[in-house]
Ligand binder design. Structure first.
Ligand SMILES: [Fe+2]
Ligand SMILES: [Fe+2]
Length: 477
């Protein structure tokens, strides 16, 4: 029953489902054509950024940048997927999402992709590309009609949230890593980036584009993908395979407490998984976006696993850079010895082997038994992530392969082909395979105020023992 009183209360209710006011909803925004035109440019920017972040993380030595690039690649892949979906909703077949919407805009991204050094890359990404994209997203959010184009408004709003986070990271990275000398050397190139965007009519095409062949500087010679992993100086002794983590972890005579240290080591060592996955993603062309989306999600998960190990050490009062030797032998060997499909096969072969008893459940049980709630939590999620990764492997490696048994056999064969040469690393003077375990264990005991267990302290097993053991090197993916 409607009375004058209740009618008055209707007036006070939020109009238009609370998304804006009625006058705002009546304002003229973009047409569908204009909206799609801009969405395609945002999409192209995200797609190009995604590949730049992926392609540069392996050979980027600075750990924090490697991790940041992994996250930013994941964000770009996720948002690009949303944009593709939205364009597909707007009576736009064929979608035309796989070619550049503007030549000068594409050259702008070629320039960022072809930078030779970290400083130029950071400036291109975080002082030009990301702020321009963020500006374009804000323009779209603020100009499109919130009622008629609410789906685009909504995806813009969520993307802005994460691109603001990317920009904040990037601004801090630039402040720390780009000095004034390099900045002034790059001033001409910065001017070129601005001119390219002017020529493109800005990133979103909000201004009139200019005709003509766009100028190039760095991208005259494109920067090829570099799959050789690099690490910063906190990662000393990158060929060290002097402590066999799995042999310790699976040995029932050792207690669960010190085993959490080995698990943190195994987690932090997982930096090699994004380094290796980046090479698969960067060198595999022409797949559907779902492939790049899922593979990049896994790449980010593996970067998180590495950071879980880092946090585990810091949380336990351990200076990991001084006490732990994190090697890159797995990513180095796979990236330089195998084809992208063989690398994917090895990854799948290792990950599907992590599910049985000695795998992720076991690590979670060790974490639980240790009484360390952080180790337990980490292994809980690491296990859950692994189930997802096995699924991603089935979807994007096994399915196209056609036969599950043959796919595993191919993974096994590819893994057997890989040469991780413990002896030669030592002979060539790359490492002495020093046993760093006792020092780490003693530091841990000291931080906890407990007495070292002589049997644990005496642990001295390297990865040299056998070819079969070498296969355990990276059962951490
Ligand atoms: Fe992992
Ligand atoms: Fe994994």
């Amino acid at each position: 029953m409607t009375t004058p009183e209740t009618y008055r209360s209707y007036r006070d209710l939020p109009a238009v489902a609370g998304i804006c006011t009625i006058p705002e909803a009546a304002r003229i925004g973009y047409s569908v054509d204009e909206c799609v035109r801009r969405l395609k440019r945002h999409h192209w920017a995200m797609r190009r950024l995604h590949m730049i972040f992926v392609s540069r993380l392996t050979a980027e030595p600075i750990y924090e940048l490697k991790m940041g690039f992994s996250l930013h690649a994941h964000y770009c892949a996720e948002h690009a997927a949303e944009w593709r979906k939205r364009v597909g909703e707007m009576r736009e077949p064929p979608l035309g999402l796989d070619h550049a919407p503007d030549r000068a805009l594409d050259v702008f991204f070629d320039e960022v992709a072809s930078t030779r050094d970290t400083a130029a890359l950071l400036i291109g990404l975080y002082e030009h590309a990301v702020p321009e994209l963020l500006g374009a997203l804000r323009r779209h959010r603020d100009t499109t009609n919130r009622l008629v184009d609410h789906p685009s408004f909504r995806i813009c709003r969520f993307a802005i949230l994460e691109f603001e986070e990317i920009l904040e990271f990037g601004t801090r990275a630039v402040a720390q890593l780009v000095d004034n000398v390099r900045r002034s050397e790059l001033s001409g190139w910065k001017g070129l980036l601005d001119r390219l965007l002017e020529q493109a009519g800005q990133l979103d095409g909000s201004e009139k584009p200019r005709e003509g062949e766009p100028a190039r500087l760095f991208s005259i010679t494109p920067w090829p993908f570099d799959g050789v992993p690099q690490r910063d100086e906190r990662f000393r002794d990158s060929y060290n395979m002097g402590v066999h983590a799995e042999a310790f972890l699976y040995d029932p005579k050792f207690p669960p407490g010190p085993k959490t240290l080995m698990m943190f080591y195994k987690r932090l060592r997982e930096i090699d998984v994004p380094e290796m996955m980046a090479s698969i993603i960067a060198e595999t062309k022409g797949k559907s976006w779902g492939y790049y989306l899922n593979m990049t999600r896994q790449l980010w998960d593996e970067a998180r696993h590495a950071m879980m190990g880092e946090v585990g050490f810091v949380n336990a009062g351990i200076d990991w850079s001084r006490l732990v030797r994190i090697n890159f032998t797995w990513s180095m060997a796979l990236n330089t010895q195998l084809t992208p499909i063989e690398r994917h096969a090895v990854l799948y072969f290792i990950e599907q082997g992590l599910m049985p008893k000695t795998g992720k459940r076991f690590e979670w049980e060790v974490g639980t038994a240790s009484g360390d709630p952080f180790a337990r939590m980490v292994q809980d999620y690491d296990w859950a992530d692994e189930v997802l990764h096995a699924h991603i492997g089935r979807e994007w490696f096994v399915k196209p392969f056609g036969d599950a048994a043959k796919a595993i056999e191919y993974g096994d064969k590819s893994w057997t082909k890989v040469l991780i040469d413990w002896g030669s690393y030592r002979e060539r003077g790359l490492t002495a395979h020093e046993n760093w375990w006792p020092r780490l264990y003693l530091a841990w005991c000291e931080a906890k105020g407990t007495k070292p267990d002589p049997a644990v302290l005496a642990y001295d097993t390297t990865y040299a023992a056998s070819r079969a053991d070498l296969k355990d090197v990276s059962v951490s993916a």
